[in-house]
Design a protein around this ligand. Structure first.
Ligand SMILES: Nc1ncnc2c1ncn2[C@@H]1O[C@H](COP(=O)(O)OP(=O)(O)O)[C@@H](O)[C@H]1O
Ligand SMILES: [Mg+2]
Length: 169
């Protein structure tokens, strides 16, 4: 069975709010990713993937800037309730580069791993626990959440209909 939840973010602020909401679902009390999780963020350039991550990190208490890891490939954040690795594979030439990046360790340490452009890591990245597909719609963005089988019931129960307040940019 495929269980997809679709939500809408009318603007950049709502995108951040959804990021924070996702952070609560994954890393809040009884969060689905408390024992680790791999999330694929799919969508074209400018879809809003990094904005979603920014909201998630802010919501979890990150204070400093959140830059796109386009050049560094990975940025790691040690937050009060979670260790989060944010990857952007747009510029990798070969999925093998992920091995040099130490992807195994990143995935092994009970952290939340968020990956932009996961298709570029095909063959090296394992199957995700959650896919988030972001696309332009009506001037804003549609967000399609597709959890893996093991997460489906809990994810559907926890994902709110509206995201709640947006954290600071
Ligand atoms: N829900 C939204 N509605 C309108 N604009 C958005 C939304 N989410 C993000 N944006 C804007 O889209 C642009 C690209 O966002 P970004 O997160 O950098 O995309 P990506 O990481 O997918 O390339 C930014 O200017 C951002 O403010
Ligand atoms: Mg990005």
């Amino acid at each position: 069975m495929i269980a997809i939840s679709e939500r809408f973010a009318a603007d950049e602020r709502a995108q951040r709010a959804w990021g924070a909401a996702l952070g609560r679902v994954l890393c809040g009390e009884d969060g689905l990713a408390r024992a680790g999780g791999l999330v694929f963020l799919e969508g074209d350039l400018g879809a809003g993937k990094t904005t979603l991550v920014r909201g998630l990190l802010r919501g979890l208490g990150h204070q400093g800037p959140v830059r796109s890891p386009t050049y560094t490939l990975v940025e790691s954040f040690e937050l009060p309730g979670a260790l989060v690795h944010h990857l952007d594979l747009y510029r990798i030439a070969d999925p093998e580069e992920l091995e040099y990046l130490g992807i195994r360790d990143l995935l092994d340490d009970a952290s939340l791993v968020l990956v932009e452009w996961p298709e570029r890591g095909a063959g090296v990245l394992p199957a995700p626990d959650l896919e988030v597909a972001i696309a332009h719609r009506d001037g804003g963005r549609s967000l399609r959440f597709e959890p893996a089988a093991a997460w489906q019931a809990a994810f559907a129960a926890r994902l709110p209909q509206t995201p709640g307040p947006a954290p600071a940019p």
